[in-house]
Design a protein. Structure first.
Length: 362
């Protein structure tokens, strides 16, 4: 044999070691700030696939709906993170329908085996989600958020629901609903057919309050949405115990407001420190309509002022000869330390009484 060779085969053990070195030199898979691996897009086209995806959702994941009608109960308790929110998205012709409710309901709403809430999509203990593009209809309630702060609802359509369309509940703070369309609510219970419902009435804090206190669904923003027609209750109902939200750039069509359960305005503000600006509102018969915007000051336990410190500016109201004031402030004495403010930049036409019942601020 010749004593010279130009190459030789690497032993198996050496090959493994070399491969290990190569793999160690590659960059790691992208990860969220909390260290969890970013998940990929999950495409779904059936109700069963959607339920499975909601049950297994991971931070950073996108669940993408194909066009079609999805019948069933759709609920998730999977949290996203600030750095890696979870997205449920689809086109407008991806439609969620809940044919419930059914089964025995618990004393306070919580996902329970054998009970279907009837909600179109329900986030429970699921912060940092993005709900975009799709439609919810023919359900008891449309979109319900419980203990789910930092959720963004963007470009959805909710219509033909028995009660309210979108509810920020159980301290679902820092949420946003924007660029969305809401109509035809309260088909079964007109007095409970709100467009967007922020917080909970004090009488329901036993279920929906935070550690025995108020439902602190604070700092919710309602931006650039189209409301109506045929929203049977208030287009936006801001409940007592909530603070510092923003209602901006929305269009309200009050045709079809029912007047039931004191539902007789576009926006009813019982919370504190809300900025209401740049909205437009119209109303035409049939409608039971008292005023465009109203404040109320319910007593609560724990006790604190409600319906105070809210500001209206740059809103355009056409009351169609049906309503009294564009902005009606129920009490000034109950908010003496934190008054409501109506700026002169608001305008009104078709009012039976005028712009507002309080002194206008320049």
């Amino acid at each position: 044999m010749s004593g010279t060779t130009t190459s030789r085969r690497l032993p198996a053990a050496g090959a493994v070691a070399a491969l290990s070195l190569l793999l160690c030199s590659l960059p790691p898979a992208p990860a969220a700030a909390d260290g969890t691996a970013r998940a990929s897009t999950v495409d779904v086209s059936t109700a069963a696939q959607l339920r499975s995806a909601l049950a297994a959702a991971q931070p950073g994941q996108t669940i993408r709906l194909a066009p079609g009608v999805y019948h069933g109960s759709f609920v998730t308790q999977r949290p996203g993170t600030a750095a890696a929110p979870i997205t449920l998205t689809g086109p407008a012709d991806a439609v969620l329908v809940n044919d419930g409710p059914s089964g025995s309901a618990p004393s306070c709403p919580v996902p329970t085996a054998g009970w279907d809430s009837g909600y179109g999509i329900w986030l429970y203990g699921a912060p940092y989600w993005r709900l975009t593009g799709f439609t919810v209809r023919d359900s008891k309630k449309g979109i319900v958020l419980d203990r789910s702060p930092h959720v963004v609802v963007d470009g959805v359509s909710v219509h033909h629901v028995d009660d309210e369309a979108v509810h920020f509940r159980r301290s679902s703070s820092d949420g946003v609903i924007r660029n969305s369309r809401i109509s035809h609510t309260g088909l079964a219970q007109p007095g409970y057919g709100e467009g967007v419902y922020i917080g909970s009435a004090g009488s329901n804090w036993g279920c929906h309050g935070d550690s025995g206190g108020a439902d602190r669904s604070d700092r919710v923003q309602v931006l650039g949405n189209r409301f109506g027609p045929s929203i049977a209750a208030e287009h936006i109902d801001v409940k007592e115990g909530t603070f510092d939200g923003v209602i901006r750039g929305n269009a309200f069509d009050g045709t079809g407001i029912s007047g039931q359960n004191s539902a007789d305005s576009w926006v009813d503000v019982k919370g504190n420190g809300y900025l209401i600006e740049g909205n437009t509102g119209t109303v035409a018969a049939p409608a039971v309509f008292a005023n465009g915007y109203e404040t109320h000051n319910p007593s609560t336990s724990p006790s604190f002022p409600n319906g105070c410190g809210n500001v209206w500016r740059d809103n355009v109201s056409d009351l169609g000869g049906l309503g009294g004031y564009a902005v009606h402030v129920t009490s000034t004495s109950k908010c003496a330390g934190d008054p409501n403010v109506v700026h002169a930049s608001n305008t009104v036409t078709g009012a039976l009484k005028g712009l507002t019942n309080i002194a206008v601020t320049p």
